[in-house]
Write a protein that binds this ligand. Structure first.
Ligand SMILES: Cc1ncc(COP(=O)(O)O)c(C=O)c1O
Length: 366
């Protein structure tokens, strides 16, 4: 075919997801494989959610509610905000992609950190944006650097709070500084995929700033993590109602399927189950911290369910060695972090298997 596709695609590397369990079983002939590579929930969805999924399955001859009335109502009730301030997406990935499609003209700029969630760069670059990446300092956000990188063509400052893959975060003081200095004509996008895990201490409750009238603030959240619905795809964002109206022009009319909507509503209602998931994550992470300390391995303190771990110069063969032992983690080379892996907390037995495989792989290397 003649070259008729978008020029912007030439510069883009596709997103590489964590390997699925079945693929690893098939390729390596293993029967027992654990996946700690995509920051998913350690538990399946709550029994109440599974019931809701079964109930809704009987209605899938119908199109979903394109406006997501009941899901928006459930979210707005929880947050104490009008439904007009909520938009929905097929995962928060789609929320962010749609937002960028809504705002970016070729040549516009976005400012992000490095390293951060890879989809910001990919989605913005597809729209022809210039992506200004501001290196973190000691794996923490460089607030000064990001503010300095803003320019007349900047459309959005996008911050994963907490960040993936570092697990570090922008605290209350830092957020207030950004809010003070940011032009009202630039969007501040806070991607809070790990919000429920990060809450407390000096982690900011961003919705309060929105309620105080910061209408260039967009807060994206997801049902993929503590609500255990990664496979169904449901995310949402809080934004000014005029921006939400623009977003709704751009999104697909039926972007969140009816099973995902029903499941997300049931998940929001089952707070006890979410707390159980949070508890398992907390214990798993504490276990990892003490394990890495005992092994003399460096890691970054994280406000999420995953930990960035320093392996040394050879993270790719190390990840492969873990894979052969039936443990899928994320090799961080694609993020430009050669020598690091990222592992998320799983169930107790999954964490056991990881720790054993890690110790063996380290021994084989030494
Ligand atoms: C920071 C961050 N944002 C967004 C996402 C995407 O989540 P979703 O499943 O809602 O698309 C992830 C997934 O890992 C993430 O780490």
């Amino acid at each position: 075919m003649k070259r008729i596709w978008k020029k912007s695609l030439d510069e883009i590397n596709p997103y590489i997801p964590g390997k699925p369990i079945e693929e690893v079983k098939r390729e390596l002939g293993l029967s027992d494989v654990v996946k700690l590579a995509s920051n998913e929930s350690p538990l399946p969805p709550s029994p109440k959610v599974i019931e809701a999924i079964k109930r809704e399955a009987a209605n899938v001859n119908r199109y979903p509610d394109g406006g997501g009335f009941y899901l928006k109502k459930a979210i707005s009730g929880k947050l104490g905000l009008p439904a007009a301030n909520i938009v929905l997406g097929n995962g928060s990935d789609e929320v962010l992609t749609t937002l960028l499609r809504t705002f970016i003209e070729p040549g516009d700029e976005i400012v992000i950190a490095k390293p951060t969630f890879l989809m910001y760069k990919i989605s913005a670059a597809i729209e022809g944006a210039v992506v200004r990446e501001v290196p973190m300092i000691d794996f923490k956000y460089d607030i000064d650097g990001m503010l300095k990188a803003l320019g007349p063509r900047t459309k959005a400052l996008i911050i994963a709070n907490p960040d993936n893959p570092t697990g570090t975060y922008v605290n209350i003081g830092q957020l207030e500084r950004i809010i003070e200095e940011l032009s009202p004509d630039i969007l501040l996008v806070l991607d809070e995929a790990y919000y429920e895990m990060a809450r407390g201490g000096d982690y900011p409750e961003s919705v309060d700033y929105f309620k105080k009238g910061m209408n260039n603030l967009v807060i994206a959240r997801t049902f993929s993590k503590v609500y255990a619905l990664a496979g169904l795809r449901a995310g949402y964002a809080i934004m000014d109602k005029d921006i939400a109206a623009l977003y709704d022009k751009v999104r697909d009319p039926f972007n969140v399927n009816s099973i995902a909507q029903a499941a997300a509503i049931a998940a929001l209602e089952d707070e006890a189950y979410m707390n159980k998931v949070l508890d398992i994550i907390r214990k798993g992470k504490e276990r990892f911290y003490s394990f890495f300390e005992n092994m003399g391995v460096e890691f970054i303190n994280s406000r999420t369910n995953f930990v960035l771990v320093k392996i040394g110069a050879d993270s790719s063969p190390f990840s492969k060695a873990l894979l052969k032992k039936g443990v899928i983690v994320r090799d961080m080379s694609a993020w430009g972090l050669d020598g690091y892996i990222r592992v998320n907390a799983g169930t107790e037995s999954e964490n056991d298997k990881f720790c054993q495989a890690f110790e063996e792989a380290l021994g084989e290397r030494r």
